[in-house]
Design a protein around this ligand. Sequence first.
Ligand code: FAD
Length: 427
Amino acid sequence: MPKNSKGREIAEIIPAKCIGCERCLAACPVPEAMTMEGGVAIIFPEVCIGCGRCFDACPTEAIIFERVRKKKAAKPEAAGAAEAAASVDGHKGVAVFIEVYQGHGAEVSWELMGKARELADKLGTQVLGFLLGHNVKPVAEEAIAHGCDTVYMADSPAFQVYLSKLYGRAVAKMCQQVKPEILLLGATAMGRDLSGVVATILHAGLTADCTGLDIDMEKRLLLMTRPTFGGSIMATIVCQNQRPQMSTVRPRVMKLPRRDPGRKGEIRTLDLGAQADSLPQVIEFMPKAHEVGGVDITKAPVLVVVGKGACDSRHLPMLEDLARLLGGAVGCSRAVVQAGMLPYVRQVGQTGKTVAPSIYIGVGVSGAVQHLVGMQGSDRIIAINTDPHAPMMQIADYALVGDYLEVVPRLIKGIEARLPSLKGVSS
Ligand SMILES: Cc1cc2nc3c(=O)[nH]c(=O)nc-3n(C[C@H](O)[C@H](O)[C@H](O)COP(=O)(O)OP(=O)(O)OC[C@H]3O[C@@H](n4cnc5c(N)ncnc54)[C@H](O)[C@@H]3O)c2cc1C
């Protein structure tokens, strides 16, 4: 085992076995102790503290570290919480990756900021924001207004558009420098992609599409709950040994916190060394699916959701009338998408969109768990169903038992009578 001038045993790289995955760099708690040269990891002996984390992280046995190997062999079966906590020492704070879309912070980031605030208060720690972009100081200020204590910002033309590798490395570097214990990201197209890249670089655990987040106060662990086995059960997942504990959450799952423009926080600038001219150029963006179809069901204040029991295109105009009358939109269950009556962008549920309208009206929707996880945050739930025992009828605030072809026209008539000023809208 080589030693440095302080007599500290340090790890040694076997260049022939190194695959250049950079996991050792991600695991190293002293960023200047390691680097990559020609695709091979290098250790600076005088900076290395001999902790052996690079050895633990290496997937190809390209690192020799005897002392740690002996210690590992002597380790008892159940390592226990205390030991797990030791390996995650120094990591503090609940971080949110702030997604920027067309110069503005994505709403899901503010929803996560609200949840992060709650988690951080339980842990007695800070809410941190990780922000990448160009000219994004106003977004950092928004983050503070939504509950963030410190925003770490890397502002560069290189970050103008999202690129997996660039953003992935940058956020991983932010994690190495700031050392948050938790990192939350929106389960959006960007967040899903980015979280995977960051988790791979950091060798961290990632739980996708969580519907609930809480803290195990005894062990200081993040409890990440999500549907599993096709939505038939809810699993609560913990990540004991790696930091940050990473989770993605879909838009509209968490409540949007109250915005306080007078709230004070800190903005710290990080130089992550990204060079715009060395990057691929983005020529054109494909518009989002709802921008093509004209309807974003996640934003509708009222949603009339068509289920298989009302899956008849001859009567769709009637349901659209009901939605329009209430200033809302039409969504549907997966059964209706599968029947080809409405497009996927209208689907509510686990594999569709998560919605939380002020009023959700389920028409002929049974309330399968995979559907419920996508709409249970709605403020008021109205269900129309011939079966009074359907699960949707059990969770509804108002359960209307009957054939939708009889109930919906009466509902429209009643609403029109109460809202005479809107009468013309449905025609
Ligand atoms: C991995 C996985 C992911 C899934 N993801 C989703 C998802 O994202 N979203 C989703 O919706 N589903 C999803 N599903 C499917 C889900 O399990 C159900 O099959 C689906 O939600 C059922 O849709 P439904 O309620 O419209 O139809 P059904 O379950 O068939 O219910 C129809 C309802 O209509 C009522 N009805 C019949 N006639 C009338 C009438 N004339 N008037 C009034 N009521 C009437 C019936 O009593 C019944 O309750 C998923 C399944 C799996 C396995």
